[in-house]
Every structure is written in structure tokens, then in C-alpha cells.
Design a protein around this ligand. Structure first.
Ligand code: ADP
Length: 383
């Protein structure tokens, strides 16, 4: 009598734990399967059908129902693995690509083992299957990010090495000649070194800005300013660089001031980056046009060049961090794929937007920046 009660209690406990297991399986969206190795019949839960994009139908199904939903490239591997698991009573644990009823593909993780033997022969195998597509995609995204970082570090090393090499060579010559050498007079050496140090400083500043952007720490110092005046100054400062190798810069600025609330340092960076790019990606003898106009309550700045252009499928991506159309091409020109990211970020922080257009390779590029102007009432407050 007591034994019977105990048995009842044990059964109740078992069915309670089964119920909990079923709940857990439902909650995790696990597909479950049972394979009768003697009759070769397979039993799937509803989720198993669903994971293969099928309407649930009455069990049993066959091992072939499973294998036809495994991508052909993975089929032989899985068949062999299942056979080995049965022969050696080990664990089947595999990731594979499934082909759903509608032809789409998803990544699955399968796990199982022999759970019953009859007369020393494997009789039943049981296991689970889980859709791991999201995890695989996240892993792939991480892998790509990791690769981009490696490429970036290589590029950074390259960018740092050139100015460093010039600096250390020039220093060495100065040490040897005391600046008395006619081939490299002190003034020339110093101005070369100044240029390289400025280049290094700009690189480091850009990198610091990237760090700030990533941490959401860029704060604008807004003040009322005249965009026309800011452009005049920036053009004056960059013209010597642009007009090397017979490149020509034509600027078309309004005669009246255009006022906005802006951060002069950041806006200067925007214009300088666009002009530097136009120069870098335009061949000797090329042309660069800059224009500014006030239209309604916004200012429109255009920087156009007749350089190497941008392929259509890159137009959106070039604003992403470290994005370059062709790293080997850029490498010879210098650059880390950071400039346009900063342009976009700074323009958007001013409540504006930037777009890039190009008719394609060798057809030049144009970058158009829109920024809101101060309206006429606040305009008054400046004077
Ligand atoms: P970097 O110039 O340091 O590579 P940017 O973020 O400034 O980085 O530019 C990203 C990429 O966009 C460049 O590598 C280049 O491929 C492309 N690009 C930018 N400006 C131009 C332009 N004016 N003409 C052609 N390609 C350009």
C-alpha cells in the first residue's frame, strides 16, 4: 500500500517535471525529434515542422524528411556524423544550413544521442534542433568588424609611418650638417618638419573626434557666425594645398553675409575635409568648384570636382567610419576613411544634412551640404 502511494507520488513528480520540460522547450522554441532506429520512423514536435517552414503533419516522418531540408553542401557531413554517433554511442552536435520549404536558408544547431538500446543494439535516438541564424549573423558582423579594425590598424600604421620617416630623416640630416648644408637649409628643413607635425596632429585630432563621436561626446560651441566669412578664411588656408599640381579652385560666394548659429571650428573642419578630398581624388590639372548660396532658411554649400568620381554602389557607404572606395587607391593619397564620417556628424549636429553625387568613375563628384540659417528675426539680434 505504501509502495503504491510512493509510486503514485513518483509518477506525479515525473509528469510534473515532464510538464516543466515541455514548457521550457516551448519557451526556447526548441524543436525536438525522436528517431526509432529499428523501424526507422522519426517523430517531430510541431516546432520542428515550423523550423523547416512546414505545416505540422501527423507523425511519423522519415530520416529523409530531415535530410532533404539540409543544404546539399552539409548533407553528407551530417549523414556521416549521425551514423558515427550511433555506432560509437557518442553525441551528435552540429551546426548546419537548412533549406526551408519556401527555399530560404536558415542556420540550425542540432544536438542528440542514442537514448535506448535493445539487446546491445541502438534502438532510439533523441535530440533537439534550434534556429541559430541570428547568432550566426551576429558572429559574422563581429568578424567583419574585426577585419575592418585590422585593416584600419594597418592603414593607421602606414599613415603614421610616412610623416615619421620624413621627420626622422630630416632630423638626422640636421644633426649631421648643423643646418649648414646647402641642399637642405635650416628654414626649408623646419618648414618640412612643421608640415609633417601638422599632418600628424590632424590625424590624431581626427581619431580623437572619432572616439568622441562613438561615445556621443561631441559638443558644439554654438555662436552666431557668418558662413561666407568662414568659407573665405578656410579657402584661403587650403588654397595652397589645393592648387598644387596645377589644380584650379573656383569659389562662388554670396556678396552678403549668411548667418547661422554654428561651431566655427567644426564647420571649418567640414569645409576643409571636403576640399581636401576633392583635391586628393582629382588628378593634376583638375578643377574644383565651391559654391555657397542662401535658399529660404538654409544655406547650401556645394563642393564639386572633375576627379575620379565615386561608383554608385559606394555613394551611401563612403560616409561610414573607415569606409573607402578602394583602400589601395586611397593609401597612395593618404587618409583613414574618417573625414566624411566627421563631415556627416558635424553637419547633422548643426541640424543639417550632407549628400554625395557622382555620375560614376572618372565623372567627378559633388558633395552638397545643407545647414539651417538663422531666421530673419534672430538675424536682427546679431547686429
Ligand atoms: P579618406 O579620404 O581618408 O579615405 P573620407 O571619409 O574622407 O576618408 O572619404 C572616404 C572615401 O570616399 C575615400 O576613401 C574615397 O574613396 C571617397 N571619396 C571622398 N571624397 C571623394 C571625392 N571628392 N572624389 C572621389 N572619391 C571620394
Amino acid at each position: 500500500m505504501r509502495d503504491l502511494t510512493r509510486q503514485k507520488q513518483a509518477e506525479a513528480k515525473l509528469s510534473e517535471s515532464e510538464r516543466r520540460l515541455r514548457l521550457a522547450i516551448e519557451a526556447t522554441e526548441l524543436a525536438t525529434w525522436e528517431w526509432n532506429l529499428i523501424s526507422n520512423e522519426v517523430y517531430w514536435n510541431e516546432q520542428h515542422f515550423r523550423l523547416f517552414g512546414m505545416q505540422p503533419r501527423p507523425n511519423p516522418v522519415t530520416p529523409d524528411d530531415f535530410l532533404t531540408h539540409v543544404h546539399p553542401a552539409d548533407r553528407e557531413r551530417l549523414t556521416n556524423l549521425l551514423q558515427r554517433t550511433i555506432d560509437t554511442r557518442s553525441v551528435y552536435d552540429a551546426e548546419f544550413c537548412a533549406v526551408l520549404e519556401n527555399g530560404s536558408q536558415r542556420w540550425m544547431s542540432g544536438y542528440g544521442r542514442v537514448v535506448e538500446e535493445v539487446d546491445g543494439q541502438p534502438a532510439r535516438m533523441s535530440g533537439v534542433m534550434l534556429d541559430i541564424t541570428e547568432r550566426r549573423q551576429a558572429e559574422e558582423a563581429l568578424r567583419q568588424a574585426d577585419q575592418r579594425k585590422d585593416e584600419f590598424l594597418a592603414l593607421l600604421a602606414h599613415e603614421l609611418r610616412n610623416p615619421m620617416a620624413t621627420l626622422s630623416n630630416t632630423l638626422l640630416i640636421l644633426e649631421l650638417t648643423g643646418g649648414q648644408d646647402e641642399g637642405l637649409p635650416l628654414e626649408v628643413a623646419l618648414s618640412m618638419m612643421r608640415r609633417e607635425v601638422a599632418q600628424l596632429a590632424r590625424l590624431v585630432d581626427d581619431l580623437l573626434d572619432v572616439g568622441r563621436i562613438n561615445q556621443g561626446k561631441i559638443v558644439l560651441r554654438l555662436e552666431p557666425l557668418d558662413l561666407v566669412e568662414l568659407l573665405e578664411k578656410t579657402i584661403e588656408a587650403t588654397r595652397p594645398l589645393i592648387e598644387t599640381e596645377h589644380r584650379a579652385l573656383a569659389a562662388n560666394l554670396p556678396t552678403e553675409p549668411l548667418y547661422l548659429r554654428g561651431d566655427a571650428v567644426r564647420l571649418t573642419q567640414v569645409v576643409r575635409n571636403l576640399l581636401t578630398n576633392a583635391t586628393k581624388f582629382t588628378r593634376a590639372g583638375g578643377h574644383i568648384w565651391l559654391s555657397l548660396e542662401g535658399k529660404g532658411d538654409e544655406a547650401i554649400l556645394q563642393v564639386r570636382d572633375d576627379g575620379i568620381g565615386i561608383p554608385a554602389d559606394h555613394l551611401e557607404r563612403i560616409f561610414e567610419l573607415f569606409a573607402q572606395v578602394d583602400a589601395s587607391r586611397t593609401r597612395s593619397q593618404g587618409g583613414l576613411g574618417v573625414g566624411l564620417t566627421l563631415v556627416k556628424e558635424f553637419v547633422e549636429l548643426h541640424g543639417g544634412r550632407v549628400e554625395a553625387h557622382s555620375e560614376g568613375a572618372d565623372r567627378g563628384s559633388v558633395f552638397i551640404v545643407h545647414v539651417p540659417l538663422l531666421n530673419s528675426t534672430s538675424h536682427e539680434s546679431i547686429h
